[in-house]
Write a protein that binds this ligand. Structure first.
Ligand SMILES: Nc1ncnc2c1ncn2[C@@H]1O[C@H](COP(=O)(O)OP(=O)(O)O)[C@@H](O)[C@H]1O
Ligand SMILES: CC(C)(COP(=O)(O)O)[C@@H](O)C(=O)NCCC(=O)O
Length: 259
């Protein structure tokens, strides 16, 4: 049986199947012309089940759901939970209201712990937004999603700056220790803001566990990663954690604690 896994974010839709985890990416923001080709590709796979995570584009999610119904595919948009449990791990969601946590952040946390077990993790996703989440290892197989930070991602920072100050050009230059041109000043400000956000969170995570592992993902990760590597030698770029989390939940369905 083919299970289709879908991660619908604010800019991009990533998908794969349970048997073939190689992800495909479609940038959906400001576009609708991709649906026909995408649906044709999905039809060719003849999935019987769809497991997704959606935090954006309700019209697109609705259209996809209708398409799944039209073809008799069983679908689930997986929401955050108070606790995820499978044969190897238990992850507790410490958000004040666990259901208010972004489904992508929760599913990515499950993917992160599944991919890098045995460690306290700082999971950084630099996409439309940058999210920096701490997952503390409590004991063998037992973890807590302690909480995290949300800030604009690099592209949104640039947009916010140039929307708010129209006299600034929206050109992104390169990082410089002492920028002497506007485009470099903007690039350096944005990169340093992203790096600072991660380092502050890492400091706080290190109070809970002295040796956290940083996992970095997202479409904008490549822009910032070179500037983080100097400060954090043990940095792993690990994309598609949401899809990995969905895979873990799809496999665990029936045995997980869905609260
Ligand atoms: N070709 C591209 N198209 C769109 N965004 C891109 C592209 N390459 C890099 N990016 C960056 O990736 C971000 C989107 O990352 P992604 O992880 O897909 O986000 P989301 O999960 O929010 O959909 C954009 O805001 C932009 O900064
Ligand atoms: C913070 C987010 C907008 C990130 O979305 P992304 O940039 O990954 O598309 C998303 O996780 C979300 O809508 N969260 C709900 C609020 C929360 O997590 O507290």
């Amino acid at each position: 049986m083919t299970t289709l896994l879908i991660d619908l974010g604010n800019t991009a839709l990533k998908w794969c199947t349970l048997d073939d985890p190689q992800p495909r990416t479609v940038v959906h923001r400001d576009r609708t012309d991709f649906k026909e080709a995408l649906y044709a590709e999905w039809l060719a796979l003849r999935p019987e089940r769809v497991v997704g995570s959606a935090v954006a584009a309700p019209n697109l999610a609705f259209s996809m759901t209708k398409f799944f119904n039209d073809h008799g595919w069983v679908w689930e948009w997986l929401r955050p939970q108070a606790v995820f449990r499978n044969e190897t791990l238990t992850l507790v969601n410490c958000y004040d209201n666990p259901m208010r946590l972004g489904a992508d952040r929760w599913n990515a946390a499950i993917g992160a712990v599944s991919a890098s077990p045995g460690r306290t993790l700082l999971v950084v996703h630099m996409g439309t937004a940058t999210t920096v989440d701490t997952i503390v290892r409590e004991s063998e197989g037992s973890y807590r999603f302690e909480g995290g930070r949300i800030a604009p991602g690099p592209t949104l920072m640039l947009k916010g700056l140039t929307d708010g100050i129209p006299t600034l050009s929206n050109e992104m230059g390169v990082w410089q220790p002492f920028p002497t041109a506007t485009r470099d000043a903007i690039a350096t400000g944005i990169i340093d803001a992203q790096v600072g956000l991660v380092l502050r969170a890492l400091d706080e995570a290190a109070r809970k566990d002295p040796n956290p592992l940083l996992l970095l993902a997202g479409g904008a990760a490549g822009f910032v990663a070179p500037h983080l590597k100097g400060a954090i030698p043990e940095l792993r770029v690990h994309h598609n954690l949401v899809l990995q989390g969905l895979a873990a939940r799809a496999v665990a369905s029936g045995t997980e604690t869905a609260t």
